[in-house]
Design a protein around this ligand. Structure first.
Ligand SMILES: Cc1cc2nc3c(=O)[nH]c(=O)nc-3n(C[C@H](O)[C@H](O)[C@H](O)COP(=O)(O)OP(=O)(O)OC[C@H]3O[C@@H](n4cnc5c(N)ncnc54)[C@H](O)[C@@H]3O)c2cc1C
Length: 497
């Protein structure tokens, strides 16, 4: 017999589901919500601290969000857009701290300067011009530039120690950057949600979905107990597949036409991690370089400070690789099982267009530790092999979708896919990722609950006061907002300029 129909069922216990459940509880406290997570713990897949890089992506350091136009000027629009999205995230986090839903901000977010490193004459020249354009905008007014190795060495000694004098280098640094432990954040949100009568079922995998005659959904849930495996049926008026890499599978099982033609390209990630106290003490920054030729933003090499459970460590990577799993603890059959007659052509076309990327992913699997250390030494010339251990991060599942001209395209952003009646939705893709969850969820709410938008708008503004306004256009509002959230979250940097 089906259990009672819930107003909302969330499949998966990562940062997306945790944030959406928190928003819905704020908007409609009386709605019944249940979460089903296949693993024994929530926040244990891509959102877990060591399964991602923990960068609060704000467009401060990622070269891929700025491009050179034909006339030599620099297009900073994508970086501005990302920064605005991250400002919403900061506002939501600050409000949740203020409301006592999240604990001391230092448990999940910490100030860590964001830097970009340029090597070689052409890159140095690009970074200088990029800085000129970016720092003229109030959202990036804190960004500093230097091509003096002595200054860069003060900002990040590991970058310059042992580096040949003959190599031209430059860097930008923005002290308003942050490191975020998304796993801790997820855990704190679920802790609060439990007290709000949200049911959180672990060891429960959603394996089937079908429409009921009244338009609600019936979910088939595999329930694992210590010595048994039960199947339960659960009814829901609204389903959110916050299943990370597993979201496509859920939508395919639901059979909604909106997902036809979509496929995923799974990409594994590995990092080198350093726990040596002396090395850690000499670095306090997230330093991003340029992705290798032909590689997307997910391959942007970076050396980053991590703060997890109050402990500092360093991370270098990622080393993306080919792996057919859609989740770190997924199945080797994930990719083959997701193939359908409607997505074979888009997948084949996308692979053909991205041969260089495919080669990079395959070759990384075979790449030796020696080669990986050589990549690290481009950032940290004096890195000692014994200080760095290899860890496996989460899986990213990049979107492949149909394209009328090219047959199919590979995309690196995120995309909300929802049924026409808004009864089920999911977010596909993984970039820029956890940093922009509130923005992505605003789209989910708008598309799935249009009837509520006028009612909910002021309630959402109570959490994110600048919602619907442009911080890129309103310098005063931007400064005020950034100063307020910096104070509430213990982040660095009074905004200047
Ligand atoms: C290597 C790497 C580096 C990254 N770096 C950054 C970064 O620096 N900054 C940033 O902002 N973002 C980063 N990201 C992206 C970020 O980690 C993800 O966007 C984010 O964690 C996704 O959250 P989620 O809730 O959608 O998915 P997840 O955290 O993966 O959660 C999905 C959950 O759904 C569960 N699930 C799946 N299928 C089912 C099912 N059928 N039934 C029940 N449960 C199910 C899974 O077990 C899992 O717990 C990175 C990701 C990777 C992989």
């Amino acid at each position: 017999m089906p259990l009672r129909p819930y107003d909302v069922v969330l499949i998966g216990g990562g940062i997306l589901s945790a944030t959406l459940a928190t928003l819905i509880k704020h908007l409609e406290p009386s709605w019944t919500i249940a979460v089903y997570e296949r693993l024994p713990e929530v926040g244990a897949e891509a959102s877990a601290a060591w399964n991602n890089a923990g960068t609060g992506h704000a467009g401060l350091c990622e070269l891929d969000y700025t491009t050179e136009k034909a006339d030599g000027s620099i297009d900073i629009e994508p970086a501005l857009e990302l920064n605005e999205q991250f400002q919403l995230t900061r506002q939501l986090l600050a409000s949740l701290v203020g409301a006592g839903i999240l604990r001391d901000p230092a448990t999940f977010i910490n100030p860590v300067p964001h830097m970009t490193l340029a090597r070689g004459r052409a890159e140095v020249d690009f970074l200088r011009r990029r800085h000129e354009t970016m720092s003229a905008h109030h959202l990036f007014a804190n960004m500093r530039f230097s091509d003096d190795p002595a200054v860069i060495g003060e900002w990040a000694p590991l970058l310059t120690a042992g580096r040949a004098d003959s190599e031209p280098i430059a860097a930008t640094r923005d002290i308003t950057g942050s490191d975020i432990d998304f796993g801790e954040l997820t855990g704190q949100l679920f802790h609060w949600l439990r007290w709000q009568d949200v049911e959180i079922h672990r060891n429960c995998e959603v394996r089937g979905l079908r429409r009921n005659n009244d338009g609600t959904w019936q979910l088939r849930v595999d329930w694992r107990t210590d010595n048994d495996r039960l199947t339960r049926k659960v009814d829901a008026r609204f389903v959110f597949a916050g299943a990370g890499g597993g979201a496509l599978k859920i939508l395919q099982r639901a059979g909604i036409p909106e997902v036809q033609g979509y496929g995923l390209l799974p990409v594994s990630g590995r990092f080198l991690r350093c726990d040596d106290p002396d090395t850690i003490a000499r670095h306090d920054a997230k330093v991003y370089g340029r992705s290798p030729a032909g590689a997307p933003s997910i391959a942007m090499p970076h050396l980053g400070t991590r703060i997890v459970n109050g402990e500092r460590a360093l991370l270098f990577g990622p080393y993306p690789g080919a792996n057919p799993r859609f989740l770190k603890r997924g199945s080797l059959f994930d990719a083959p099982a997701s193939m359908r007659p409607d997505n074979i052509q888009p997948l084949t076309a996308a692979l053909k267009q991205n041969k260089e990327l495919a080669w990079l992913l395959v070759s990384q699997v075979a790449s030796t530790r020696k080669k990986k250390l050589a990549a690290l030494r481009e950032f940290v010339p004096e890195a000692r092999a014994e200080d760095w251990t290899m860890i496996t991060a989460g899986q990213r599942a990049q979107i492949v979708k149909p394209d009328s001209e090219q047959g199919g395209v590979l995309e690196f952003g995120t995309e909300v896919v929802a049924a026409h009646d808004g009864s089920i939705a999911a977010v596909l893709g993984a970039t820029p990722g956890a940093s922009t969850v509130p923005t992505v969820l605003m789209e989910v709410l708008e598309r799935c609950f249009p009837r509520y938008s006028r009612l909910w708008e002021p309630r959402l503004r109570a959490l994110m006061p600048t919602l619907g306004q442009s911080l890129a256009k309103d310098a005063r509002l931007a400064r005020q907002t950034m100063a307020g959230t910096a104070e509430a979250l213990g982040l660095a940097g009074r905004v200047v300029g």
